[in-house]
Design a protein around this ligand. Structure first.
Ligand SMILES: C[S@@+](CC[C@H](N)C(=O)[O-])C[C@H]1O[C@@H](n2cnc3c(N)ncnc32)[C@H](O)[C@@H]1O
Length: 261
């Protein structure tokens, strides 16, 4: 009898994620496995008055899973790193909070998302926000140079979540914050789901079991301050909805602080 362990094909996953989020950047009005745009952002809790102050096209391509900027509590003058910045909505909102003396760096691996976000920043004359092509597992920033790392709907897509949390901890100054929204599951997902690159790209297959997710964050040198469930977030397709109900796949917002050591 042979026992074969299925593996996720990470090259296929990267291709699928890039393809999916290229479409989110270029054709945000299309239907995806997940919701997008301003109605989603407002339902998740983004204040309409803040959304009115940033480029509307960035909001059209918003594909995040929760509101967490209240937890981030970004102050004027701070340096913020956005992991998986997409078309830039959270980066632009962070730039409102950091003001002219702060700086926001958004990282993404999908060219169309970067082109859209950079174009919108240039059009709006937002000189304190920059977008770069990079993997969130290896952010190109100096150790200890960031006050707050933010991320929305992205870390679940990484096949190496401990590497992402370790990179965030390295980028942050001691006492710096990690504030994010992401997808986790109540139960460990079975291989049939975790090895399906299309379910990963739809933000389900990569959901880590929630206790393991907390352990990965703490193991990277963070103290978790707040975890909040985002009941307003739902997946759209039947397949996604079934996995969600069966394994308790959920959106959470979370704040953690980098410990001093
Ligand atoms: C669900 S979208 C969220 C985008 C944005 N945060 C938002 O809220 O609209 C995920 C984004 O993460 C990017 N991404 C996924 N995995 C990545 C990785 N390992 N490194 C860099 N970017 C990644 C994708 O290209 C995509 O733009």
């Amino acid at each position: 009898m042979s026992t074969t362990t299925r593996r996720l094909d990470t090259t296929e996953l990267e291709d699928r994620v890039k393809h999916m989020y290229e479409e989110v950047a270029l054709e945000p009005q299309r239907e995806f496995h997940f919701e997008t745009g301003r109605p989603l952002a407002e339902r998740l809790g983004y204040p309409a008055a803040d959304l009115d102050r940033i480029p509307a096209a960035a909001i059209d391509s918003f594909a995040g899973v929760g509101y967490f900027l209240d937890l981030a509590a970004i102050e004027p003058g701070e340096t913020v790193l956005d992991l998986g910045s997409g078309s830039g909505m959270d980066s632009f909102l962070a730039a409102l909070a950091t003001g002219p003396d702060g700086r926001v760096l958004g990282l993404d691996m999908t060219d169309a998302q970067l082109a859209k976000a950079s174009g919108l920043a240039a059009e709006a004359g937002l000189a304190t926000v920059e977008f770069r092509n990079a993997y969130i597992e290896r952010p190109p920033v100096e150790d200890g140079s960031v006050d707050c790392v933010i991320s929305n709907g992205v870390i679940n897509l990484s096949p190496d979540k401990p590497a992402v949390f370790a990179a965030a901890a390295r980028a942050l100054r001691p006492g710096g914050r990690l504030a994010l929204a992401d997808i986790v599951s109540a139960e460990q997902l079975p291989e049939g789901v975790t090895c399906d690159a299309s379910l990963w790209a739809a933000c389900i297959g990569g959901a880590m079991q929630r206790d393991r997710y907390r352990e990965a964050i703490e193991g990277a040198g963070f103290e978790i301050v707040t975890v909040r469930e985002n009941d307003q977030y739902h997946f759209v397709s039947d397949r996604a909805g079934n996995a969600t109900r069966k394994y308790g796949v959920k959106s959470i917002s979370l704040l953690a602080r980098r410990t001093a050591a």
